[in-house]
Design a binder for this molecule. Structure first.
Ligand code: SDX
Length: 392
């Protein structure tokens, strides 16, 4: 057994690293990026400012932010040949698979991105992916909708440019709706980092073998795709739709969620760390009301979601297990009101998480962390002799 006697499935009680980036207190529902509260940042900062804070450790001056943005814009051109890879996918391909593949494909077109030994090379790789990733996100959407691909507009802000690349219709000017722009900016901030969650741990462990930044991010996107992780925001909408189709019978679904023999889970509920409210869910729930009202969108599933939350808060099964709504419970309702299709919800999560993944990967490399290589407790066969096929 290599001397090991116990293991820690899912690393529930294992710390993988020290980190100075994000602080969580699960009991009190506290989340801070580099010491700033998520409430303050969601309310007062913009997404690119928060990306800078996570990656470089300080809120940028106006000059620093302008330089960061212009260096990013200078890298926002994705080689035309990447479109040939995108062309190879069927329209029905899940956008997370497209995004993970194209992120990895970018390495071939940006070979120098794997060299991060100097601070300057690390910076170049970071602004490179910060410039190209939003283009891939928009292209993943446009592939599904059959619309022409767009490279964006350097005169726009970072988030406004993403909206334009996603939603500009071929035959008309695109005017950014400030309600949508502010809502997306806030959502991206709320998703930007979350210490050693599954996908961030994936980015760190892949990077610990000194695989490049883009390869590590591609692996992180795949980990985020799972319905127990970032894929939950899509699963929540599908669950709420099913409940609506089923006549809004939330009690039936609560019973299914509590039935040990039923694999159904109340998606968007529960969290490994938060044993109180997820502070992000609180902010998103308020934003959902504000954004839908401002957009004049009536969405009955918001009421179903609120009904489920109310029932769970009064149900011993959920209260005893400290299961509360997490970041994925209400976010999809806002994305849908903004015209984002449900298959793109986890891609939007990845877009928000990009700076966090980058910051954590950079910290892992700067701390010269050893290659991730856990041990096991062996439970297989003892030594045995080989048998010829005729004797088996
Ligand atoms: C994200 O880690 C992060 O920080 C992730 C994230 C980030 O920003 O990166 O916050 C983003 O991934 C949020 C989580 C999105 N996932 C979902 O909403 C899927 C539904 N939730 C669960 O599958 C679950 O709650 C997890 C995965 C979030 C947490 O799983 P744990 O910590 O391994 O807890 P567990 O599965 O051991 O559950 C403990 C108990 C079990 O019951 P018992 O066996 O003790 O009787 O609670 C039950 C579970 O059955 N339970 C649920 C439930 N979640 C847990 N029962 C019904 N519905 C649920 N959603």
């Amino acid at each position: 057994t290599g001397g090991l006697t116990t293991i820690d499935p899912g690393y529930k009680n294992t710390g993988s690293c020290t980190s100075a980036i994000t602080f969580l207190n699960g009991e009190e529902g506290i989340l801070r990026y580099r010491g700033y509260s998520i409430e303050d940042l969601a309310d007062k900062a913009d997404f690119l400012e928060v990306a800078y804070l996570l990656i470089f450790g300080e809120l940028p001056t106006t000059t620093q932010l302008e330089k960061f943005h212009s260096d990013i814009k200078a890298q926002s051109h994705v080689d035309e040949d990447v479109k040939k890879i995108l062309d190879g996918f069927p329209k029905t391909a899940h956008p997370m698979g497209v995004l993970s593949s194209l992120t990895s494909a970018l390495i071939a077109f940006n070979p120098s991105s794997v060299n991060v030994d100097s601070e300057e090379d690390m910076y170049k790789a970071i602004v490179n992916i910060m410039g190209k990733f939003p283009v891939l996100v928009a292209w993943a959407l446009r592939k599904r909708t059959g619309q022409p691909l767009d490279y964006g507009d350097d005169s726009l802000g970072y988030v406004d440019n993403i909206l334009k690349m996603m939603f500009k219709k071929p035959n008309s000017e695109y005017k950014v709706d400030p309600i949508v722009s502010n809502a997306l900016d806030k959502l991206l901030i709320l998703h930007a980092d979350h210490e050693q969650n599954c996908s961030t741990s994936t980015v760190r462990i892949v990077g610990s073998s000194h695989a490049g930044l883009f390869a590590s991010l591609s692996a992180g996107i795949s980990a985020l795709w799972g319905p127990l992780h970032g894929g939950a925001n899509q699963a929540v909408l599908e669950m709420l739709e099913a409940i609506k189709e089923d006549g809004g019978d939330t009690k039936k679904y609560m019973a299914k969620a509590k039935d040990k023999n039923d694999p159904f889970r109340l998606m968007g509920f529960g969290h490994r760390v938060y044993k109180n409210f997820d502070p992000r869910a609180k902010i998103i729930k308020v934003a959902a009301d504000e954004v839908l009202e401002a957009l004049g969108v009536e969405d009955p599933i918001l009421d179903i979601a609120k009904g489920l939350e109310q029932e769970a808060l009064n149900d011993p099964y959920f209260v005893d297990r400290k299961l509360y709504p997490n970041v994925d419970f209400y976010s999809g309702i806002i994305y849908r009101a903004m015209g984002i299709p449900v298959e793109m919800f986890t891609v939007m999560f990845a877009l928000g998480r990009l700076p966090g993944w980058i910051a954590q990967w950079k910290e892992m490399r700067e701390n010269k962390e050893p290659i991730g290589r856990p041990r096991q407790v062996y439970t297989g066969e003892n030594l045995r002799s080989f048998k010829e096929a005729s004797d088996r």
